[in-house]
Design a protein around this ligand. Sequence first.
Ligand SMILES: [Zn+2]
Length: 112
Amino acid sequence: MSTNLARTQDATAREVRQRLEQERQTRASQLAVLEQAAGRAPQGWAEESDHTRMDNLRQSLAEIDAALQRLRDGTYGGCEGCGKAIPEGRLEILPYVRFCVKCQARAGRPGR
Ligand SMILES: [Zn+2]
């Protein structure tokens, strides 16, 4: 576990940070567009689905910020459930994921 985490920190921390920041930017701009549209709509007229999307984007942004914080703390890549290293393949698909597959399933939440 520790070797895997150390390798992640040394070799790919910069790459991961770049990816996270990119994802962050994409979502932040999507959110800004939706918020603008919702702001133009009369009170209560924004689509329900838009609110759901905005909530999802805000949630993702919070997760990305948390992942960036873990990167700074040096705890990135570890599962918050069992403390084991999250497989690199999983981190590649979901760079801000907090749980390994098992713990995610136990938490009963989707991966995104
Ligand atoms: Zn786990």
